[in-house]
Design a protein around this ligand. Structure first.
Ligand code: AP5
Length: 218
């Protein structure tokens, strides 16, 4: 399965990606997680990314495209992958199409998570993320067993810098202006599947798997 997950900030891409990647036995490749990992380790890429991520702007395509090309060349991505947060504009989508066409490994589907702005704000303002393993929790919807501690690895939970109200607003603008056009791009190629991303996390995963089973003929 070669799959892209697309949707606005807070749609639940990271949450669903964990379930879908496990179901299909494919690696979950999140450009946001790769940037945050580099930011935490203060690498050259991390320092550059931070100046964009903290403002809710996209990291330049030249940097992001090379990073994804490199990640897709790893052995674990040869039998399939789930991309979360990439592509984020039509130029990135075009680069990905070329890379996959050269490797003769076309996409199977693009799954869009659909959700309204009020729910996005509620999800992002309560999100807590593990510093160690990047797992997502929520102060109301998905509470960890112990406050401030990750259930999975006991790492510290923190609030992302880009989850402040002002930056969320900017991220939503960037999504509407730059990312939304890729929906039409993939729809025109017959790859787009849209599902409502509201309800229980496991219910949404089942909805996603059912929609993918119906649409992807292997
Ligand atoms: P990225 O990390 O990709 O952020 P995003 O797209 O804004 O998405 P989020 O991680 O905020 O949300 P999500 O959809 O994964 O939701 P989640 O599952 O956490 O990117 C961050 C930044 O990196 C970008 O702004 C940009 O600067 C840079 N970047 C990344 N990729 C780039 C690219 N390709 N090009 C250039 N720059 C790039 O869920 C949110 C919350 O809701 C959680 O608390 C969760 O527990 C809760 N939740 C999830 N599902 C449910 C549910 N069903 N019910 C109730 N609560 C739920």
């Amino acid at each position: 399965m070669r799959l892209i997950l697309v949707g606005p900030p807070g749609a639940g891409k990271g949450t669903q990606a964990v379930h879908l990647a496990a179901h299909y036995g494919i690696p979950h490749i999140s450009t946001g997680d790769i940037f945050r990992h580099n930011m935490k380790n203060e690498t050259e890429l991390g320092l550059l990314a931070k100046s964009y991520v903290d403002r809710g702007e996209l990291v330049p395509d030249s940097v992001t495209n090379e990073m994804v090309k490199d990640r897709l060349s790893h052995a674990d991505a040869q039998a399939g992958f789930l991309l979360d947060g990439f592509p984020r504009n039509v130029l990135q989508a075009d680069v990905l199409r070329t890379v996959l066409a050269e490797a003769k490994t076309p996409l199977d589907a693009v799954l869009e998570l659909s959700i309204d702005d009020a729910e996005i704000i509620a999800r992002l303002s309560g999100r807590r993320t593990c510093r160690n393993c990047s797992a997502s929790f929520h102060t109301i919807y998905e509470k960890p067993a112990v406050d401030g501690i990750c259930d999975k690895c006991q790492g510290e939970l923190y609030q992302r810098e880009d989850d402040s109200e002002a930056v969320i607003t900017r991220r939503l603008e960037v999504y509407a202006e730059q990312t939304k056009p890729i929906i039409a791009f993939y729809s025109a190629q017959g790859l787009l599947i849209t599902i409502p991303a509201v309800g229980d996390v496991t219910e949404i995963s089942s909805r996603a798997i059912a929609a993918l089973s119906a649409a992807v003929v292997r």
